[in-house]
Design a protein around this ligand. Structure first.
Ligand code: HEM
Length: 484
């Protein structure tokens, strides 16, 4: 029996017990507020389990539709989870991080990511963000731009030489290299002799454990992931210039200017901002976890949309012809700023394909949402996907080019697009994605190079996928990639 089946079987048993328990309990009223609706029937045990393993976000959307409420509940592995939807309440709760809600991850995720930023709470989280935010500002991201562009160009040239590529894997490889080599500043020698590939393989074993059952049984996902984490930490410690003098010497030799993040990593131990070695390796794992698959998946969605909407690619190429005339061949910060359509395409892809459709939280107080009551200490999921897609700016525009169901980058160049609204692919509040400005710059540089020099044709636009941390295409998204 493989681990996936064992996982489903254990969840099924836990849910059967939980459903009996839940079914016999009165959901109750409190001061006129009622428990959010859920489906407490025996079939729910089965479709719930299958749905969570197959398509968690899809299952939740289906439940919202069936129950027609702004807040619903769903029992996962025996525990009541609450899902909240709404254009006003979701941003409000994001902003109330540390006071009304706090980030809440499964215990396996917290045990695999104990240090860094994602699993920190309250003062520790606020202090870490205060330290890290300047290192991921727009100014800091621009300092990474030349190196990011060089890596993207090298990968694209190699894709064009190969002709037929597995697009998802190729993008993952490229974005993983960007985090490792550009942000973490691993020496160039690390990229040679297949060491990056070995590192990535180990990383995937670790990643497979993030949402596994919280039992450490030899040979199962959590055990393998914890062993992989120890090995990853050793490799990270051996390559971070702040922890290894020979990496530092190689970096000095390359005359690459130190960036704000590297300054933080290398703060002397007697300074208040210095980080102990295990915080440094922990942060590196946080950045890999948050920063490579997200960007790679956005690239996959973008080329699919470009193929479905050839007029968009045409408009991109036209804009880039003009930008090249004015700013030359180099992808500089000015050239990026002079490319509003590139920005619009990335914004529209992230509006229509939210990679992280819901963010996990826990209630720190008894909470009232509309007429519903959520007790303190319960897991909550904030539906940032629906708040983004069904932004009030686009309401009532059905049947027009700005209708919210349409993929239309032009909406971001319209009057409504310039207004404030809900665009939350990077979430919001004190936990807003640390790397959002860097990610936008990376994606824009990638799209500019694509529009200027290459064409891509995806073999099967309806290719099926399975859910891992993000959707994984069954066939890797086979694509023919050519130089123009
Ligand atoms: C298209 C690309 C990306 C998307 C859509 C994305 C989205 C998100 C989302 C939705 C969150 C959750 C925030 C919450 O809990 O409310 C997050 C957190 C985070 N992201 Fe990103 N992200 C992307 C790229 C990156 C990159 C390139 C980095 C940097 C290497 C990064 C670093 C982080 C970190 C460190 C966190 C945790 C923040 C915290 O807990 O304080 N992300 N991201």
């Amino acid at each position: 029996m493989d681990a996936q089946w064992l996982y489903s079987a254990v969840i099924l048993v836990l849910e059967a017990l939980a459903a009996v328990f839940v079914y016999t309990r009165n959901s109750g009223h409190r001061n006129g507020f009622v428990s959010p609706p859920g489906l407490f029937s025996i079939p729910f045990i089965f479709d719930d389990t299958a749905g969570i393993v197959k398509d968690f976000a899809g299952l939740v959307q289906e439940r919202f539709k069936k129950l027609n409420a702004s807040c619903i509940q769903l029992t996962i592995a025996g525990q009541k989870n609450y899902f909240i939807r709404g254009n006003k309440i979701v941003p409000r709760l994001l902003a109330a991080e540390h006071d009304i809600v706090e980030a809440y991850w499964p215990s396996t995720t917290e045990s695999l990511l104990p240090r860094g930023v994602i699993a920190y709470h309250h003062e520790e989280h606020a202090a870490m963000r205060k330290l890290l935010n300047p290192a991921f500002s727009m100014k800091a991201s621009i300092s990474w731009l030349p190196k990011m562009v060089a890596i993207i160009e090298e990968h694209m040239q190699s894709w064009a030489q190969q002709g037929d590529i597995k697009f998802q894997k190729s993008c993952q490889h490229m974005t993983f290299e960007i985090v490792t080599n550009v942000m973490l500043d691993f020496p160039d020698s690390f990229l040679k002799e297949g060491r990056l590939e070995q590192f990535m393989d180990l990383y995937r074993t670790w990643e497979d454990g993030l949402f596994a059952l919280p039992f450490r049984i030899p040979g199962l996902a959590l055990d393998k992931a914890l062993k992989a984490r120890d090995a990853l930490n050793k490799i990270i410690a051996a390559n971070l210039p702040s922890l290894n003098p020979s990496s530092a010497a190689e970096r000095e030799g390359s005359k690459v200017q130190r960036t704000a993040l590297q300054e933080i990593y290398r703060a002397p131990a007697d300074q208040p901002d210095s980080m102990e070695p295990d915080r440094q390796t922990g942060l590196a794992l946080n950045l890999l976890f948050a920063g490579y698959d997200t960007s790679a998946s956005t690239m996959c969605y973008t080329i699919q949309e470009l193929q479905k909407n050839p007029q968009v690619m045409e408009a991109l190429r036209k804009e880039q012809q003009q930008v090249r005339k004015e700013y030359g061949e180099e992808i500089t910060a000015d050239a990026v700023s002079a490319s509003p359509y590139v920005n619009a395409v990335i914004r529209e892809t992230l509006r229509t394909h939210l990679l992280v459709p819901m963010v996990p939280r826990r209630s720190l107080v008894d909470l009232n949402v509309d007429k519903y009551f959520i007790p303190k200490g319960k897991p909550i999921w904030l539906d940032i996907g629906t708040a983004t897609k069904y932004d009030e700016r686009w309401e009532g525009q059905e049947g027009t080019p700005l209708g919210l169901e349409r993929y239309n980058p032009d909406r971001w160049l319209s009057e409504e697009g310039a207004r404030m609204g809900n665009w939350l692919p990077f979430s919001g509040g004190p936990r807003i994605c640390l790397g959002w400005q860097t990610a936008m710059l990376e994606l824009k540089a990638w799209l500019m190079l694509l529009a200027r020099k290459y064409s891509a044709h995806v073999a099967d636009l309806d290719e099926k996928w399975v859910l891992s941390a993000f959707p994984v295409y069954n066939n890797g998204m086979e694509t023919t990639f050519k130089a123009l």
